[in-house]
Write a protein of this length. Sequence first.
Length: 272
Amino acid sequence: MSVVGLLISTALVAQNADTIVTMRGKIVGHVKEITPELVAYTNPNEAVIYKIERGAVSKIVFASGRVEKFADMKVLAKINGAFDWPQVDVATTEYETKGLYKIDLISTKATGTTVYSSVTKVQDRAFSKLKMAAAIMGGNLVYIKSESLEGNIRSELGSRTSRAQLLGTAYCSELLDENKFKATLNEGNKYTLVNKLGLRNNDADIHTFETANEEVDINSVQVEKGFIYLTLTIDGKKSKLQYRVVSFSDSRIMVAYREGTAYYNMVLSEHM
């Protein structure tokens, strides 16, 4: 088939097909069935039926021109690092995570400052810290898996302040483009550590650490399940940790990593 013939054939297929718009992009095919949980479709010129979670679909543009929108798909904010945490969404059912990319399990805890501390306020602090941890890891949604609450105890035998502990899973709605990232790397892969942020168990808020503009070498770039990971040499010492790229521009890279229940962001800038 000639190039012109191939282009005409491709255009006809697209014209006579349905378009499913999802968080991850567009799927061109033929919609076979829509249920409260799933959308079933076939690829052009194929008989195999594929299924996608309905919660991951924003709309379907049918070949006839009719558009069906789905109100149950979340529109999630873009997260570039720790201080975007107020924009992190919270899910209480696993269904709300359909179509998203799982990052990692995260956990946080909070305790009252006195025996008179409200358990509700302590719970709110734990929720805020969970969103902070998710933002540091590049997540724009966190699914609450479990929650433990204990109120104040005051007695002749002693006292204890309120406690709250949360376990969740951080998710993101988009993956970074590996090719675009590699294209932004400077010659020699040499950068400077200009900022470091973190959230540790006993921190009430995001903590900013002092840095000495340490030199950073990017040793390798790896992709696992769509996520971009770096191995680094920092100030002449090769780190054993893996650093996941959260965001990047032509001159800066934001990475995330964790050590136990502590979560960190580092900002790497090109040498000036």
